[in-house]
Design a protein around this ligand. Structure first.
Ligand code: ADP
Ligand code: GN1
Ligand code: MG
Length: 358
């Protein structure tokens, strides 16, 4: 048995592991698909949590247990929605720390599901929105005071700007057309960066439990019906503004070239996909939204696309220390993709605002 299979076995008492392979394309954690000899639950997910990013992974697991139990207790037998179950070790722990201090967790696999990187149709887009709305709906009555802050500063855009200035001052990266474009792009938007945090301080927007990372491949579809059936990747569930989630979902799904394209100059925000996602979202989320929530939807969409560009660019200047990369300019190209997307959102402000009001 490989070392990883030995670790995976710690989370399973009944089944015997027959295979373990690396899985998925996440930017932070390392994910493995575990196959077992069980005829009913043949697959599991094993993950090594990136403890550079999540300094308190026990708190991440506490949050995940809280949220998954909360959802499980609310689901009626008829509701076509699933949520992964956290696996416990023999000594009743929701994780395992190995001798090198790596932090591991196991969760159940959402079977017969599709995990897609790009929107394939408007009905798919509607399901993406429906999936996020269902998740928000299911957790909206969970008191935020019960959730720990697993990633302080996450989606607080002004903090990312301060971090960018600090890193930029000390960065050894030479200037180039792309680097200068990115720097000018950021500088032209510094006045807009505070918008959501200010609205929060003014009491116009309130903290709710959020997913934190609802990009398209974290919303699973049923393989047969093609309906959204689950949300995965719950590490960033914490108190926040739902605008972070709406922004992140739309910046991810409405970019038809995908966030990993190298063709960054052609990136556009597709407003028909946005319309379908919001339609799907509002069929389930309407009941807990306020008028102010709607007022800030557009700003959230623009801000989170911009923020991700800022985060990628800062990481490029810092020497690629946060996001996994395949080549040295990877984070620079990813940043340019998000900046082009932001520009496209800005150019279509009127139409996006009309969609939000319709
Ligand atoms: P990351 O934070 O690295 O994105 P994820 O938790 O999203 O990690 O997992 C990576 C990939 O593993 C997902 O994109 C999906 O393909 C698969 N995956 C993760 N959890 C599950 C699950 N519970 N059921 C089915 N597939 C899963
Ligand atoms: C990271 O782990 P993954 O790939 O789902 C990041 C998100 C970014 C995303 C961009 C904890 O998510 O915030 O939007 O990359 N997660 C964290 O692809 O920083
Ligand atoms: Mg993911």
């Amino acid at each position: 048995m490989s070392e990883i299979a030995v670790i995976a076995q710690l989370f399973l008492s009944q089944e015997t592991i027959t295979n373990v392979k690396e899985y998925g394309s996440g930017n932070i954690n390392q994910t493995f698909l575990v196959t077992t000899d069980s005829p009913t639950e043949s697959y599991y997910i094993l993950q090594k949590i990136n403890t550079q990013v999540f300094p308190n992974p026990e708190l991440v697991m506490d949050n995940i247990c809280l949220v998954t139990n909360h959802i499980k207790n609310k689901l009626s037998v008829k509701q076509p929605w699933e949520i992964s179950r956290v696996l416990f070790t023999k000594d009743q722990k929701h994780h395992y720390r190995d001798e090198q201090d790596n932090f591991w967790r196991g969760i159940t696999f959402i079977d017969n599901s599709l995990c897609l990187e790009k929107v394939e149709s408007l009905s798919h887009a509607k399901q993406i929105g429906y999936g996020l709305g269902t998740f928000h709906n299911l957790i909206s009555d969970l008191p935020v005071t019960k959730l720990g802050d697993t990633l302080p500063g996450f989606h607080i855009t002004p903090n990312y700007l301060q971090n960018y200035y600090r890193i930029e001052n000390n960065s050894a990266i030479n200037s180039s057309i792309e680097v200068d474009y990115a720097k000018n792009f950021i500088q032209a938007r510094v006045n807009f960066i505070e918008i959501l945090e200010t609205a929060k301080e003014q009491g116009l927007l309130r903290l709710l439990p959020i997913h934190g990372d609802p990009k398209i491949n974290n919303i699973l579809l049923d393989r047969d019906s093609k309906n959204a059936i689950s949300m995965i990747d719950l590490d960033t569930v914490k108190p926040g503004l739902i605008h972070y989630d709406i922004g992140d979902c739309l910046r991810s799904a409405c970019n038809t070239l995908g966030e990993e394209t190298s063709n960054w100059e052609q990136v556009k925000f597709d407003t028909e996909i946005a319309r379908a996602i919001l339609q799907g979202y509002l069929t389930v989320a309407q009941e807990f939204l306020t008028d102010y929530d709607y007022q800030y939807f557009y700003d959230g969409i623009r801000l989170i696309a911009f923020e991700l560009g800022l985060r990628f660019f800062t990481d490029y200047l810092a020497g690629n220390v946060y996001f996994k990369t395949n080549y040295s300019e990877h984070n620079l190209i990813r940043a340019l993709v998000q900046f082009k997307l932001t520009e496209s959102i800005e150019n279509q402000e009127d139409i996006i605002k009309k969609i939000i009001l319709s």
